[in-house]
Design a binder for this molecule. Structure first.
Ligand code: AMP
Ligand code: GLY
Length: 422
């Protein structure tokens, strides 16, 4: 079979790398991919704009693609799955309607309330003045969110009313998040520890993936601006068996059943971002895709075939699929460009020292290949990912791998996995 992966990040490098390991897979294509996918055996990058659905369809027909895995949220929210499926192509990802769970915070919050899924109290606004007058009535800190897709950056935690007014100004007036800021949600601040719960879902069937925890803040000790994620590890001890079951019962099944009732049954990776405090769980957000960087450490632990898993979901046979993991722990450390998540420079030449260890994998993210050189091409540039017999060892191995990469302005967090080790 030939497989097509849509996207260009670290998640997509990991999805392509894992798909290519399958003996039944002849070729993996990545649209548009990065230097890492370009350099892998069996994997080729293709230069097609992922907004050009017709061009993707033609490519699938030409190369006899048996499975398309769509990595990022944007093409899912734009309806790429619906389009490809309507042409008879096997696409793994939610429909445009189901992807609203991530595409609109107002949609997802209203959905949580309708189906009794635990979440922070909130109110949604289309009008700046009404939003500002609501600020009189609430406690602080509070959380102000742009409604639409904002690459993980549209969430502002405000410790007082002035900060909340500034946040509303940047969303509604300065249009800092473009049309994602046509509406805003103001929600109660939740305390606790965050975890990512990611599963493969098909209608009313679910296979939870290995547990993981991301590190969203840019600085050590979880300080500074929120990013797309600076590193992740798996498994995450915070998700005990008890919490795991609670997440399934209170969050995942009600969501899957709610979507069926709404006429939009889910297919694809479904990611719940959760806040856990004592034994209480609340949903912070849903993502309609695999997490980045969670994908990288999770897939390094997956012994089963990713392609078979996606096909089982598409063919509605998940209940007879059994998934296997290595008992080892994994840790992924993001190497980013100086300035990220704010402005940063690209086009720096990268030097990677030779390394060869079956327990480590350097996943590329913002890189491109030009004149036989690897060049930086984004904020998050790599995710150095490694296995170990325990989390501490996985962490040490990942940080050893980080040392093999050099470019001007490279930085990383020094404490990925610290909560799991504590
Ligand atoms: P979201 O995109 O909604 O998951 O928000 C991004 C990040 O902002 C989360 O991973 C949390 O770290 C933080 N966050 C979002 N909502 C809340 C909340 N209600 N209380 C505390 N932190 C939050
Ligand atoms: N790592 C967080 C995300 O993928 O949204």
């Amino acid at each position: 079979m030939n497989v097509l992966i849509i996207g260009s990040g670290g998640r997509e490098h990991a999805l392509a790398w894992k798909s290519a390991q399958d003996h039944s897979v002849k070729n993996v294509f990545v649209c548009p991919g990065n230097a890492g996918t370009h350099l892998e055996k069996k994997i080729s990058n293709i230069d097609i704009d992922s907004n050009n659905f017709e061009a993707i369809e033609s490519f699938c027909i030409e190369k006899n693609i048996g499975l398309v895995i769509i990595g990022p949220e944007q093409p899912l929210v734009m309806g790429l799955t619906d389009f490809l499926q309507s042409k008879g192509i096997n696409a793994f990802g939610p429909s445009k309607n189901a992807a609203q769970l991530e595409g609109s915070k107002t949609f997802s919050k209203d959905f949580f309330v309708k189906y009794n899924i635990p979440t922070a109290g909130y109110k949604s606004f289309e009008d700046f003045d009404q939003a500002v007058s609501h600020l009189e009535k609430i406690n602080y800190p509070t959380v102000v969110k742009a409604d639409g897709l904002a690459a993980g950056k549209g969430v502002i935690i405000c410790s007082n009313k002035d900060e909340a007014i500034n946040a509303l100004n940047s969303i509604f007036k300065d249009k800092a998040f473009g049309s994602a800021g046509n509406r805003a949600v103001i929600e109660d601040f939740l305390e606790g520890e965050e975890a990512s719960f990611i599963a493969v879902v098909s209608k009313n069937k679910i296979i939870p993936l290995a547990t993981s925890q991301d590190h969203k803040a840019v600085g050590d000790g979880d300080v500074g601006l929120n990013t797309g994620g600076m590193g992740a590890y798996s498994p995450a001890p915070i998700v005990t068996e008890y919490i795991n079951q609670k997440i399934l019962d209170e969050v995942m099944y009600p969501t899957m059943q709610g979507l069926i009732k709404e006429g939009s049954p889910y297919l694809g990776f479904l990611y719940a971002g959760l806040m856990i405090k004592d034994d209480e769980i609340k949903v912070l957000e849903f993502n309609c895709r695999f997490g980045d960087p969670e994908t990288q450490p999770i897939l390094l632990r997956l012994n089963s075939s990713l392609v078979d898993l996606c096909m089982a979901a598409i063919n509605d046979t998940l209940d007879s699929y059994s998934i296997e993991w290595t008992q080892k722990h994994s840790c992924g450390v993001v190497i980013a460009s100086e300035g990220y998540p704010e402005s940063y420079e690209s086009n720096k030449e990268i030097n990677i020292t030779e390394h060869n260890n079956s327990d480590t994998k350097l996943f590329h993210a913002g890189t491109r290949y030009e004149d036989e050189k690897i060049i930086t091409n984004g904020g998050r540039v790599f995710c150095a990912t490694a296995l170990g017999d325990n989390l501490k060892e996985a962490q040490e191995n990942a940080y050893n791998l980080v040392q093999k990469v050099e470019f001007d302005g490279a930085f990383h967090r020094k404490d990925i996995g610290f909560k799991g080790i504590k």
